[in-house]
Structure formats: C-alpha cells, structure tokens
Design a protein around this ligand. Structure first.
Ligand code: PHE
Length: 457
C-alpha cells in the first residue's frame, strides 16, 4: 500500500508492496490524530475489463437488441448499429474512461476534481438517467427471475402470451422487482473488489459459455437457415427507405449497450489504480459487447423462425413471449429455457449493479456515508421509482425512451464536448498522491491547511 501521512512537520509516502487503495483524504483532526478515508481499486486488469464488459453486456444485448433488430429491418439495422458502435460508441467510451481515470471520482464529483465544476450538470444528467433506467431495468430483471422459476416448475403453461401478461405487471411483479433490487444492492454493498469484481469475473464468462452453447443448439434447429438469411444478409434498399427510423434506434442502442452517457464507465475507470492502455481496454470491451449482441441474435432468431414467429412482433414483451413459446415447443424445452433465463439473469445483474454503483459511488463520495448504508437507502428509492412500471407496463416504454433516446445521448454528447472544449487546458492533477495531498486541504473541518504542502518524495 502506498500512502501519505502527516506528522505535523513532514510528509511521507509509504509503499508496502501491493497497490491496494488510492488515498482519498488525509487530514489532521483537532486532536492531531491522522484520519483518512480510502477509495478502493480493482484488483486486476482482467477484473476491470470483465466488470466493464459485465456492465455493457446485459438485457440490452439479449432482450433489447434482437427485438430492435426485428422491428427495424434485420441485417440492415445491424450494419448501421455496427457503424455507430465503432464511430461513436468507441470514442465516447474512451472519453468516459479518461475522465474517470484522471479524476478518480464519481461522475459528478469528477468535474470538481478536474477544476471544471461548471460541467457537473453533465454528470447529473447521467445520474438521473441511472435512477430511471435502473427502476425499470429491475422490473424486467424481476420478469427474468419469474421466467427462470417457471422454467423449472412446470414451464410457461401452454399460453405464452397469457403467462407474460401475468408476469409483466401486478403485485407479484412488484415483489420480484424488490427481489432483483435486493440482489443488486447486496452485490454493490460488498464493495468494488469483493462485490463488483468477483461477481463479474464469474458472470461474464458464464454468460459467454451459455450463449455459445445455445447458439450452437440454435444452429441445429429447422428455422436456422431462414433466420441467418434474415439476420446476416442486409437488404440495403430497406436501409435507405427506413433510414429515419433506423438511425435513432441504432444510436440509442449503441449508447445503451455500451453503458454510455450515464457515467458507469467514468465510475468504473475511477477505480483504476494505475496506468492502463485505455484505448486497448475500450477496444476489447467494444469487441466483446458487440460479439455478444451478435451472438444473442444467433440464439434468438433461429428459435423464433423455428416457431414461425415474425421477429419484431410486439415490442418489449416480444422476446419473452416468443422465446417461452419456442421453449415450450422444443424437446427438453424446460431445461433450455432454464439455461437461457439463468444466463439472462446473470447478464442483467452485472449491468444493473454497474448502474447502481454510479449512484452509490456519488452518495459515498458526497455524503461520506458507508457503502452499506448508501446501498440500502438508494435501493429503496429506486425500488419505489420502479413501482409504477411494475404495476402498469405502459410506463416502461415512456421511461425507456426518455432515459435512452434523450438522457444517454445528451450525457454522451456533453461528456464529449467537455473533453473537446477543455482539452487545451490540462486541469488535472498528475498523480494519485498529489491528488490526495491537494484534497487534504479541502477535507473536512479540522484539517490543517499545511497538509496541502505535501509533495511526493
Ligand atoms: N449496457 C446495459 C445492457 O446492455 C444497460 C446499461 C445501460 C447499463 C446504461 C449501464 C448503463 O443491458
């Protein structure tokens, strides 16, 4: 551990072999005892990449992407989406990583840290989006838990549509929304290393293995070749005629799937304790996330075509209704359904806790309360926000469109503008130790201004 201490006459840095914590504050209290609060960091580079990938890979890839592709013309949508991921998504991801690593703070506090407090509202837009997205994401997560249970307890009945309607809203939906939120809060309360990193390290590889298995199974189904034709061979004439609707849908999906515009990636990179090649890390995350979305299509479409279901029918419920219908009609369908919904639950959880981490990290940094307390309070607030969606499905579309198509894109745009406009005046402290020292001066009451004079030795 590398840390800074003040003994009233001189400053020292200590190195204990392994870099574990970035010191957040060093201050001298009135009775001259040394106090400090610490900010955790990721244990390994792989842990960071898996956590960021876990955030990116979620319901967006497996639930939202296939139904959007279905609604927006199949392969033509895929082409536009891929272009936007590469040309817009990748740079914005890099922007978020740079802001997070430079500031080591939450998405709102980051702008204070970088001496650009006037941009704090950009972080606030993201935090607002986080509250809204998680409130309905958790409701959909609750559906997944219900489908998972149903897979192992007698399937989805013969009426997939009726099963969905009974799952999608009502008191039981509220209860499962609470269960999902409790799981998310539990993981986040455990902390960066013990919660986020450990969970992602297990979840992300499991999701990939299960999806690959399901895609291989999908390729053996009767509807597979028709599905591949629809999904992988773009009809450019559809693209041109539908450009007006395809473009915003593809842009919103690119932001949503890469978890951009709401500060998740700022928060995650703020736990980086050492220099990384951020471009390489961003590239890797984009490749894995996009690969998984494409893979999800290779799972979902063969199942749909085999059951004679038209892709894109019926919006948010489409994948649940049509896949449950498909699993019902297949040999070993209950087992397949169980595997599918288990994988979906892991993916949903690792994204949901990344959204939750943004608001938790902001609350901890700002109010200096414990991680556990912040997690409990915020989980209750977000649970309450999600109750309308859990009782009435029409709120889902309203929340989703407002948060995704407006707030996320606005957030991403503001962050890019910030980097573009402030790029010529480097306001950032150069090292973690210097940051610790300069923050010491502005720490709580009782701090001695002389702490700001500490310099790395
Ligand atoms: N990227 C996640 C998904 O694809 C959703 C998400 C959006 C997560 C915004 C964090 C921030 O499901």
């Amino acid at each position: 551990m590398y840390f800074l201490a003040h003994d009233n006459s001189q400053c020292r840095h200590y190195f204990t072999g392994e870099f574990i914590f970035d010191i957040k504050y060093v201050y001298i209290t009135e009775n001259q005892s040394v106090g400090m609060s610490v900010r955790e960091t990721w244990a390994t580079r792989v842990g960071f990449i898996l956590a960021a990938t876990g955030s990116a890979v979620g319901l967006g890839n497996i639930w939202r992407f296939p139904f959007l592709t279905g609604e927006s013309g199949g392969a033509a949508f895929l082409v536009v989406y891929l272009l936007l991921v590469l040309l817009v998504g990748l740079p914005v991801l890099l922007v978020e990583f740079v802001i997070g690593r430079r500031s080591n703070r939450n998405p709102i506090g980051a702008f204070d840290e970088l001496n650009h407090s006037q941009w704090k509202f950009a972080g606030a837009v993201g935090a607002l989006a986080g509250f809204i997205i998680l409130s309905y994401y958790s409701v959909v997560g609750g559906w997944v838990i219900q489908y998972l249970i149903a897979s192992f307890s007698g399937g989805y009945g013969t009426e997939a549509q009726a099963f969905f309607m009974s799952t999608a809203s009502g008191p039981t939906t509220v209860a499962f929304h609470a269960v999902f939120m409790a799981l998310v809060a539990g993981i986040v309360a455990l902390g960066v290393r013990n919660g986020l990193e450990k969970a992602a390290t297990v979840m992300v590889p499991s999701v990939i293995v299960l999806l690959v298995g399901l895609a291989i199974y999908g390729s053996t189904l009767g509807g597979a070749s028709e599905a591949y034709q629809y999904y992988l061979y773009p009809d450019m004439s559809t693209l041109l005629s539908d450009a007006v609707s395809v473009l915003p849908a593809a842009a919103g999906q690119a932001f949503f799937t890469l978890s951009l515009g709401m500060g998740v990636m700022i928060t995650y990179s703020s736990y980086l304790g050492e220099d990384r090649n951020l471009l390489r890390d961003s590239g890797l995350i984009v490749v894995i996330d996009t690969g998984i979305a494409i893979l999800a299509g290779l799972v979902v479409f063969p199942f749909l075509f085999t059951q004679g279901v038209t892709p894109g029918e019926g919006g948010a419920g489409a994948i649940f209704i049509s896949l449950a219908g498909a699993f019902n009609g297949l040999p070993a369908g209950e087992l397949l359904g169980g595997v599918f919904f288990f994988m979906l639950l892991l993916a949903a959880l690792s994204s949901a806790f990344s959204i939750f981490e943004v608001v938790v990290s902001f609350t901890i940094d700002t109010f200096e309360i414990s991680r556990v307390r912040a997690s409990v309070i915020l989980a209750v607030i977000i649970f309450a926000l999600g109750i309308p969606t859990a009782l009435d499905l029409t709120y889902l579309d309203t929340y989703d469109k407002f948060a995704n198509n407006i707030l996320l894109i606005l957030g991403g745009l503001l962050l890019s503008l910030f980097i573009g406009l402030s790029g010529s005046t480097p306001p950032m402290p150069a090292t973690n130790s210097r940051k610790a020292a300069s923050r010491a001066g502005s720490a709580r009451s009782g701090s001695t201004p002389s702490a700001t004079s500490c310099r790395p030795s």
